[in-house]
Design a protein around this ligand. Structure first.
Ligand code: GLU
Length: 433
Protein backbone atom coordinates (compact mmCIF):
# COMPACT_ATOMS: atom_id res chain seq x y z
CA UNK A 1 0.00 0.00 0.00
CA UNK A 2 1.44 3.38 -0.93
CA UNK A 3 2.31 5.91 1.76
CA UNK A 4 2.25 9.69 1.58
CA UNK A 5 5.75 10.94 0.84
CA UNK A 6 6.15 12.48 4.28
CA UNK A 7 5.43 9.23 6.12
CA UNK A 8 8.89 7.87 6.81
CA UNK A 9 8.42 5.48 9.73
CA UNK A 10 10.23 2.13 9.77
CA UNK A 11 8.60 1.06 13.01
CA UNK A 12 4.91 1.84 12.99
CA UNK A 13 3.57 1.03 9.55
CA UNK A 14 4.18 -2.72 9.35
CA UNK A 15 0.48 -3.66 9.75
CA UNK A 16 -2.44 -3.13 7.36
CA UNK A 17 -4.41 -1.66 10.25
CA UNK A 18 -1.86 1.12 10.84
CA UNK A 19 -1.48 1.81 7.12
CA UNK A 20 -5.26 1.98 6.75
CA UNK A 21 -5.54 4.38 9.69
CA UNK A 22 -2.85 6.67 8.21
CA UNK A 23 -4.45 6.54 4.76
CA UNK A 24 -7.77 7.58 6.25
CA UNK A 25 -6.06 10.36 8.19
CA UNK A 26 -4.32 11.61 5.03
CA UNK A 27 -7.59 11.58 3.09
CA UNK A 28 -9.37 13.49 5.89
CA UNK A 29 -6.46 15.97 6.20
CA UNK A 30 -6.57 16.72 2.48
CA UNK A 31 -10.35 17.05 2.39
CA UNK A 32 -10.47 19.45 5.35
CA UNK A 33 -7.24 21.22 4.39
CA UNK A 34 -5.67 20.44 7.76
CA UNK A 35 -2.59 22.31 8.96
CA UNK A 36 0.33 20.21 7.64
CA UNK A 37 2.18 20.36 10.96
CA UNK A 38 -0.78 18.93 12.85
CA UNK A 39 -1.26 16.21 10.20
CA UNK A 40 2.41 15.28 10.49
CA UNK A 41 2.23 14.87 14.27
CA UNK A 42 -0.96 12.78 14.15
CA UNK A 43 0.66 10.14 11.93
CA UNK A 44 2.88 8.99 14.80
CA UNK A 45 2.03 7.77 18.31
CA UNK A 46 3.30 9.76 21.29
CA UNK A 47 4.89 6.78 23.03
CA UNK A 48 4.88 2.99 23.21
CA UNK A 49 5.98 0.53 25.83
CA UNK A 50 6.96 -3.00 24.79
CA UNK A 51 7.10 -5.51 27.62
CA UNK A 52 7.89 -9.18 28.10
CA UNK A 53 5.25 -10.92 30.16
CA UNK A 54 6.53 -14.15 31.70
CA UNK A 55 3.99 -16.45 33.34
CA UNK A 56 4.00 -19.97 34.74
CA UNK A 57 1.65 -22.11 32.65
CA UNK A 58 -0.56 -24.74 34.30
CA UNK A 59 1.92 -27.46 33.31
CA UNK A 60 4.64 -25.74 35.38
CA UNK A 61 6.72 -24.37 32.49
CA UNK A 62 7.42 -20.65 32.09
CA UNK A 63 6.39 -18.92 28.86
CA UNK A 64 7.12 -15.35 27.86
CA UNK A 65 4.46 -13.36 25.96
CA UNK A 66 4.89 -10.03 24.17
CA UNK A 67 2.84 -7.13 25.51
CA UNK A 68 2.36 -3.54 24.35
CA UNK A 69 0.77 -0.30 25.48
CA UNK A 70 0.73 2.54 22.97
CA UNK A 71 -0.40 6.10 23.73
CA UNK A 72 -1.12 7.83 20.47
CA UNK A 73 -2.18 11.33 21.51
CA UNK A 74 -2.97 12.83 24.92
CA UNK A 75 -3.77 16.41 24.00
CA UNK A 76 -7.37 16.18 25.21
CA UNK A 77 -6.76 14.18 28.39
CA UNK A 78 -5.50 10.85 29.75
CA UNK A 79 -5.04 7.98 27.30
CA UNK A 80 -8.05 5.69 26.83
CA UNK A 81 -8.40 2.36 25.09
CA UNK A 82 -8.75 -1.36 25.48
CA UNK A 83 -6.38 -4.25 26.08
CA UNK A 84 -6.52 -6.93 23.42
CA UNK A 85 -5.63 -10.62 23.80
CA UNK A 86 -5.21 -12.03 20.29
CA UNK A 87 -2.69 -14.10 18.35
CA UNK A 88 -2.16 -11.33 15.75
CA UNK A 89 -1.37 -8.52 18.25
CA UNK A 90 1.80 -6.60 17.33
CA UNK A 91 3.24 -3.14 17.95
CA UNK A 92 2.07 -1.64 14.68
CA UNK A 93 -1.48 -2.96 15.02
CA UNK A 94 -1.76 -1.70 18.60
CA UNK A 95 -0.44 1.69 17.46
CA UNK A 96 -3.05 1.84 14.68
CA UNK A 97 -5.80 0.97 17.16
CA UNK A 98 -4.48 3.65 19.55
CA UNK A 99 -4.71 6.18 16.70
CA UNK A 100 -8.34 5.21 16.06
CA UNK A 101 -9.03 5.71 19.80
CA UNK A 102 -7.66 9.27 19.57
CA UNK A 103 -10.08 10.13 16.78
CA UNK A 104 -12.96 8.25 18.42
CA UNK A 105 -12.64 10.07 21.76
CA UNK A 106 -12.29 13.41 20.02
CA UNK A 107 -15.22 12.77 17.66
CA UNK A 108 -17.65 12.08 20.52
CA UNK A 109 -16.33 14.99 22.57
CA UNK A 110 -14.65 13.15 25.45
CA UNK A 111 -11.81 14.77 27.45
CA UNK A 112 -9.63 11.73 26.73
CA UNK A 113 -6.75 10.82 24.44
CA UNK A 114 -6.17 7.64 22.45
CA UNK A 115 -4.30 4.55 23.63
CA UNK A 116 -4.40 0.79 23.19
CA UNK A 117 -2.72 -2.26 24.62
CA UNK A 118 -2.42 -5.91 23.86
CA UNK A 119 -0.76 -9.21 24.50
CA UNK A 120 0.12 -11.52 21.63
CA UNK A 121 -1.46 -14.82 22.74
CA UNK A 122 -4.20 -17.21 21.82
CA UNK A 123 -6.79 -16.55 24.55
CA UNK A 124 -8.76 -19.70 23.71
CA UNK A 125 -5.75 -21.90 24.51
CA UNK A 126 -5.19 -20.39 27.98
CA UNK A 127 -6.86 -21.41 31.24
CA UNK A 128 -8.53 -18.89 33.55
CA UNK A 129 -5.50 -19.05 35.85
CA UNK A 130 -3.15 -18.34 32.92
CA UNK A 131 -5.33 -15.38 31.86
CA UNK A 132 -5.09 -14.03 35.38
CA UNK A 133 -1.32 -14.44 35.54
CA UNK A 134 -0.92 -12.71 32.14
CA UNK A 135 -3.10 -9.78 33.11
CA UNK A 136 -1.46 -9.27 36.51
CA UNK A 137 2.11 -9.46 35.24
CA UNK A 138 1.32 -7.25 32.23
CA UNK A 139 -0.26 -4.67 34.57
CA UNK A 140 2.88 -4.63 36.69
CA UNK A 141 5.08 -4.22 33.61
CA UNK A 142 3.09 -1.23 32.26
CA UNK A 143 2.28 0.14 35.75
CA UNK A 144 4.41 3.26 35.30
CA UNK A 145 2.44 4.64 32.36
CA UNK A 146 -1.15 3.88 33.42
CA UNK A 147 -3.36 5.40 36.14
CA UNK A 148 -6.66 7.29 36.50
CA UNK A 149 -5.07 10.55 35.34
CA UNK A 150 -2.55 9.03 32.88
CA UNK A 151 -4.01 6.23 30.82
CA UNK A 152 -7.10 4.14 31.56
CA UNK A 153 -7.39 0.68 29.96
CA UNK A 154 -10.65 -1.16 29.24
CA UNK A 155 -11.69 -4.48 27.69
CA UNK A 156 -11.16 -5.18 23.99
CA UNK A 157 -11.05 -8.33 21.83
CA UNK A 158 -10.32 -11.35 24.06
CA UNK A 159 -10.67 -9.55 27.43
CA UNK A 160 -13.63 -8.69 29.66
CA UNK A 161 -14.67 -7.29 33.05
CA UNK A 162 -12.83 -10.02 34.92
CA UNK A 163 -9.55 -9.00 33.25
CA UNK A 164 -10.23 -5.40 34.32
CA UNK A 165 -10.89 -6.56 37.90
CA UNK A 166 -7.47 -8.31 37.96
CA UNK A 167 -5.84 -5.24 36.46
CA UNK A 168 -7.46 -2.90 38.99
CA UNK A 169 -6.51 -5.23 41.86
CA UNK A 170 -2.88 -5.54 40.73
CA UNK A 171 -2.49 -1.78 40.25
CA UNK A 172 -4.15 -1.15 43.66
CA UNK A 173 -1.98 -3.77 45.44
CA UNK A 174 1.11 -1.98 44.15
CA UNK A 175 -0.12 1.35 45.62
CA UNK A 176 -1.66 -0.07 48.84
CA UNK A 177 -5.25 1.13 48.39
CA UNK A 178 -8.16 0.66 45.96
CA UNK A 179 -7.84 2.68 42.74
CA UNK A 180 -10.93 1.80 40.71
CA UNK A 181 -10.37 4.68 38.23
CA UNK A 182 -7.35 2.95 36.66
CA UNK A 183 -9.62 0.86 34.39
CA UNK A 184 -13.14 0.96 32.99
CA UNK A 185 -15.37 -1.90 31.94
CA UNK A 186 -15.04 -3.24 35.51
CA UNK A 187 -17.68 -5.43 37.14
CA UNK A 188 -20.38 -3.35 38.92
CA UNK A 189 -19.32 -4.65 42.36
CA UNK A 190 -15.94 -2.88 42.16
CA UNK A 191 -17.03 0.41 40.63
CA UNK A 192 -18.20 -0.50 37.13
CA UNK A 193 -21.03 1.38 35.45
CA UNK A 194 -24.46 -0.02 34.76
CA UNK A 195 -24.91 -0.33 31.01
CA UNK A 196 -21.17 -0.48 30.20
CA UNK A 197 -21.20 -4.13 29.11
CA UNK A 198 -24.01 -3.47 26.62
CA UNK A 199 -22.91 0.02 25.57
CA UNK A 200 -20.89 -0.76 22.44
CA UNK A 201 -23.54 -3.04 20.91
CA UNK A 202 -26.27 -0.57 21.87
CA UNK A 203 -24.41 2.29 20.19
CA UNK A 204 -23.94 0.24 17.02
CA UNK A 205 -27.72 -0.20 16.80
CA UNK A 206 -28.53 3.44 17.70
CA UNK A 207 -26.38 4.36 14.69
CA UNK A 208 -28.32 2.00 12.41
CA UNK A 209 -31.55 3.70 13.53
CA UNK A 210 -30.05 7.15 12.93
CA UNK A 211 -28.78 6.01 9.51
CA UNK A 212 -32.24 4.82 8.44
CA UNK A 213 -33.84 8.13 9.55
CA UNK A 214 -31.09 10.14 7.87
CA UNK A 215 -31.39 8.25 4.56
CA UNK A 216 -35.18 8.68 4.61
CA UNK A 217 -34.79 12.41 5.32
CA UNK A 218 -32.64 12.89 2.21
CA UNK A 219 -35.04 10.87 0.08
CA UNK A 220 -32.91 7.73 -0.34
CA UNK A 221 -34.62 4.31 -0.42
CA UNK A 222 -33.98 2.88 3.02
CA UNK A 223 -34.96 0.00 5.30
CA UNK A 224 -37.36 1.03 8.08
CA UNK A 225 -35.73 -0.89 10.98
CA UNK A 226 -38.77 -3.00 11.74
CA UNK A 227 -39.96 -6.55 11.00
CA UNK A 228 -39.34 -6.01 7.28
CA UNK A 229 -35.60 -5.43 7.91
CA UNK A 230 -33.03 -8.20 7.56
CA UNK A 231 -29.71 -8.20 9.40
CA UNK A 232 -26.48 -10.23 9.54
CA UNK A 233 -24.02 -9.94 12.42
CA UNK A 234 -20.42 -11.08 12.01
CA UNK A 235 -18.93 -11.85 15.43
CA UNK A 236 -21.04 -12.85 18.43
CA UNK A 237 -18.89 -11.54 21.28
CA UNK A 238 -19.24 -8.54 23.58
CA UNK A 239 -20.30 -6.25 20.71
CA UNK A 240 -21.99 -8.53 18.14
CA UNK A 241 -24.13 -10.49 20.59
CA UNK A 242 -25.54 -7.31 22.17
CA UNK A 243 -26.07 -5.65 18.79
CA UNK A 244 -27.89 -8.77 17.54
CA UNK A 245 -30.13 -8.79 20.63
CA UNK A 246 -30.87 -5.05 20.48
CA UNK A 247 -31.77 -5.10 16.79
CA UNK A 248 -33.82 -8.30 17.30
CA UNK A 249 -35.71 -6.47 20.08
CA UNK A 250 -36.50 -3.67 17.61
CA UNK A 251 -38.34 -6.35 15.60
CA UNK A 252 -35.75 -6.82 12.82
CA UNK A 253 -35.03 -10.30 11.45
CA UNK A 254 -31.47 -11.34 12.28
CA UNK A 255 -30.92 -13.92 9.53
CA UNK A 256 -27.35 -14.85 10.47
CA UNK A 257 -24.79 -14.55 13.24
CA UNK A 258 -21.34 -16.10 13.58
CA UNK A 259 -18.44 -16.65 15.95
CA UNK A 260 -14.86 -17.71 15.16
CA UNK A 261 -15.92 -21.36 14.80
CA UNK A 262 -18.72 -20.73 12.27
CA UNK A 263 -22.14 -19.23 11.72
CA UNK A 264 -25.90 -19.81 11.94
CA UNK A 265 -28.49 -18.95 9.30
CA UNK A 266 -32.27 -18.99 9.43
CA UNK A 267 -34.19 -17.40 6.56
CA UNK A 268 -37.08 -16.49 8.91
CA UNK A 269 -34.81 -14.86 11.48
CA UNK A 270 -32.95 -16.38 14.43
CA UNK A 271 -34.38 -16.35 17.95
CA UNK A 272 -31.48 -14.34 19.42
CA UNK A 273 -32.37 -14.82 23.14
CA UNK A 274 -32.35 -18.60 22.50
CA UNK A 275 -28.99 -18.38 20.65
CA UNK A 276 -27.61 -16.50 23.68
CA UNK A 277 -28.87 -19.23 26.03
CA UNK A 278 -27.19 -21.85 23.81
CA UNK A 279 -23.95 -19.84 23.82
CA UNK A 280 -23.95 -19.57 27.62
CA UNK A 281 -24.16 -23.37 27.90
CA UNK A 282 -21.84 -24.35 25.04
CA UNK A 283 -19.33 -21.46 24.79
CA UNK A 284 -19.98 -21.35 21.01
CA UNK A 285 -23.06 -20.78 18.88
CA UNK A 286 -22.07 -23.62 16.54
CA UNK A 287 -24.48 -26.53 16.88
CA UNK A 288 -27.51 -24.35 17.80
CA UNK A 289 -30.40 -26.48 16.54
CA UNK A 290 -32.89 -24.08 14.94
CA UNK A 291 -30.60 -22.90 12.10
CA UNK A 292 -28.48 -24.01 9.16
CA UNK A 293 -24.70 -23.62 9.27
CA UNK A 294 -23.16 -20.76 7.28
CA UNK A 295 -19.50 -19.81 6.87
CA UNK A 296 -18.21 -16.42 8.00
CA UNK A 297 -17.40 -15.60 4.37
CA UNK A 298 -20.95 -16.41 3.17
CA UNK A 299 -22.46 -14.42 6.04
CA UNK A 300 -20.67 -11.27 4.88
CA UNK A 301 -22.10 -11.79 1.37
CA UNK A 302 -25.75 -12.25 2.44
CA UNK A 303 -28.39 -10.14 0.76
CA UNK A 304 -29.48 -8.24 3.91
CA UNK A 305 -30.47 -4.66 4.65
CA UNK A 306 -28.02 -4.24 7.53
CA UNK A 307 -24.62 -5.84 8.04
CA UNK A 308 -22.80 -5.50 11.37
CA UNK A 309 -19.15 -6.65 11.18
CA UNK A 310 -18.38 -6.88 14.89
CA UNK A 311 -15.53 -9.39 15.14
CA UNK A 312 -12.11 -8.14 14.08
CA UNK A 313 -10.37 -5.86 11.57
CA UNK A 314 -9.81 -6.54 7.88
CA UNK A 315 -12.74 -8.88 7.15
CA UNK A 316 -14.06 -6.94 4.13
CA UNK A 317 -11.21 -6.35 1.69
CA UNK A 318 -10.76 -5.77 -2.04
CA UNK A 319 -11.03 -9.56 -2.47
CA UNK A 320 -14.54 -10.05 -1.09
CA UNK A 321 -16.06 -6.54 -1.25
CA UNK A 322 -17.66 -7.35 -4.62
CA UNK A 323 -19.88 -9.93 -2.91
CA UNK A 324 -21.18 -7.64 -0.13
CA UNK A 325 -24.85 -6.76 -0.73
CA UNK A 326 -25.93 -4.97 2.46
CA UNK A 327 -27.40 -1.45 2.20
CA UNK A 328 -26.24 -0.18 5.60
CA UNK A 329 -23.04 -1.37 7.31
CA UNK A 330 -22.39 -0.44 10.93
CA UNK A 331 -18.77 -1.16 11.85
CA UNK A 332 -18.99 -2.76 15.30
CA UNK A 333 -15.33 -3.86 15.24
CA UNK A 334 -12.39 -1.52 14.77
CA UNK A 335 -11.30 -1.43 11.11
CA UNK A 336 -13.38 -4.35 9.74
CA UNK A 337 -13.42 -2.82 6.22
CA UNK A 338 -10.17 -1.85 4.50
CA UNK A 339 -9.82 1.62 2.96
CA UNK A 340 -10.04 0.29 -0.62
CA UNK A 341 -13.15 -1.73 0.18
CA UNK A 342 -14.79 1.28 1.84
CA UNK A 343 -14.24 3.37 -1.29
CA UNK A 344 -15.83 0.69 -3.46
CA UNK A 345 -18.83 0.31 -1.13
CA UNK A 346 -19.38 4.07 -0.84
CA UNK A 347 -19.16 4.39 -4.64
CA UNK A 348 -21.90 1.76 -4.87
CA UNK A 349 -24.08 3.84 -2.51
CA UNK A 350 -23.74 1.61 0.56
CA UNK A 351 -24.17 3.69 3.73
CA UNK A 352 -21.26 2.94 6.06
CA UNK A 353 -21.32 3.95 9.71
CA UNK A 354 -17.58 4.14 10.46
CA UNK A 355 -16.06 2.33 13.44
CA UNK A 356 -15.03 5.45 15.35
CA UNK A 357 -18.70 6.49 15.36
CA UNK A 358 -20.52 3.13 15.32
CA UNK A 359 -18.62 1.49 18.17
CA UNK A 360 -18.01 4.63 20.25
CA UNK A 361 -20.73 3.62 22.73
CA UNK A 362 -18.16 1.55 24.62
CA UNK A 363 -15.73 4.36 25.27
CA UNK A 364 -18.56 6.81 25.96
CA UNK A 365 -19.87 4.68 28.82
CA UNK A 366 -16.25 4.02 29.87
CA UNK A 367 -15.98 7.78 30.26
CA UNK A 368 -19.23 7.79 32.31
CA UNK A 369 -17.77 4.99 34.47
CA UNK A 370 -14.57 6.97 35.04
CA UNK A 371 -16.55 10.12 35.96
CA UNK A 372 -18.89 8.20 38.30
CA UNK A 373 -15.88 6.54 39.95
CA UNK A 374 -14.02 9.83 40.45
CA UNK A 375 -17.08 11.26 42.23
CA UNK A 376 -18.05 7.96 43.92
CA UNK A 377 -21.57 8.75 42.81
CA UNK A 378 -23.28 6.21 40.58
CA UNK A 379 -26.13 6.62 38.10
CA UNK A 380 -28.96 4.20 37.30
CA UNK A 381 -29.02 2.38 33.97
CA UNK A 382 -31.63 4.59 32.34
CA UNK A 383 -29.55 7.70 33.16
CA UNK A 384 -26.53 6.01 31.55
CA UNK A 385 -28.49 4.96 28.47
CA UNK A 386 -30.12 8.36 28.09
CA UNK A 387 -26.76 10.15 28.19
CA UNK A 388 -25.24 7.56 25.82
CA UNK A 389 -28.08 8.06 23.33
CA UNK A 390 -27.64 11.85 23.49
CA UNK A 391 -23.86 11.75 22.89
CA UNK A 392 -24.24 9.24 20.03
CA UNK A 393 -27.03 11.24 18.42
CA UNK A 394 -25.01 14.48 18.52
CA UNK A 395 -21.95 12.71 17.09
CA UNK A 396 -24.01 11.14 14.29
CA UNK A 397 -25.54 14.52 13.40
CA UNK A 398 -22.14 16.14 13.34
CA UNK A 399 -20.71 13.49 11.01
CA UNK A 400 -23.58 13.73 8.50
CA UNK A 401 -23.30 17.54 8.55
CA UNK A 402 -19.58 17.27 7.77
CA UNK A 403 -20.33 14.71 5.05
CA UNK A 404 -22.76 17.17 3.43
CA UNK A 405 -20.35 20.10 3.86
CA UNK A 406 -17.34 18.37 2.26
CA UNK A 407 -19.35 16.02 -0.03
CA UNK A 408 -17.16 13.14 1.16
CA UNK A 409 -17.82 9.61 2.43
CA UNK A 410 -18.94 8.88 5.98
CA UNK A 411 -15.54 7.40 6.85
CA UNK A 412 -13.74 10.59 5.94
CA UNK A 413 -16.45 12.73 7.57
CA UNK A 414 -16.06 10.88 10.91
CA UNK A 415 -12.28 11.31 10.76
CA UNK A 416 -12.68 15.02 10.00
CA UNK A 417 -15.04 15.39 12.98
CA UNK A 418 -12.42 13.77 15.23
CA UNK A 419 -9.41 15.56 13.75
CA UNK A 420 -11.05 19.00 13.73
CA UNK A 421 -11.49 19.21 17.50
CA UNK A 422 -8.03 17.80 18.07
CA UNK A 423 -6.50 20.23 15.61
CA UNK A 424 -7.90 23.19 17.51
CA UNK A 425 -6.76 21.74 20.85
CA UNK A 426 -3.26 20.94 19.55
CA UNK A 427 -2.79 24.41 18.13
CA UNK A 428 -4.01 26.04 21.36
CA UNK A 429 -1.58 23.99 23.43
CA UNK A 430 1.22 24.54 20.92
CA UNK A 431 4.39 22.53 20.35
CA UNK A 432 6.62 22.03 23.38
CA UNK A 433 9.34 23.30 23.93
N1 GLU B 1 -11.98 -1.35 23.37
C1 GLU B 1 -13.07 -0.45 23.17
C2 GLU B 1 -12.86 0.38 21.91
O1 GLU B 1 -12.14 -0.01 21.03
C3 GLU B 1 -13.37 0.38 24.40
C4 GLU B 1 -12.28 1.29 24.85
C5 GLU B 1 -12.55 1.96 26.17
O2 GLU B 1 -13.65 1.86 26.69
O3 GLU B 1 -11.63 2.59 26.67
O4 GLU B 1 -13.46 1.40 21.74
Amino acid sequence: MSQPASFTSHIWDTSDLYRNAVEQLVEASQTMNLDGNVAERLKYPKRALIVSVPIRLDDGTVKVFEGYRVQHNMTLGPGKGGIRFHHDVNLSEVAGLAMLMTFKCSLVGLPLGGAKGGIRCNPNDLSRQEHQALMRRYTTEINMIIGPDRDIPAPDVGTDGQHMAWMMDTFSQNRGFAIPGVVTGKPIEIGGSLGRAESTGRGVVYCVQHAAKHLASIGKPTPKIDSSTTVAVHGFGKVGAVAALEIHQLGCKVLAVSDYLGGLYNKNGLNIPKVLEYLAKNRTIVGYPDAEPITNEDLLALNVDVLIPAAIDGVITKDNVGKVKAKIISEGANGPITTEAIKELEDRGVFIIPDILANAGGVIVSYFEWVQGLQSFFWNESQVNEKLAEVMSNAFKRVVEIQAQYKCGMKTAALIAGVDRLDRAMRLRGLFP
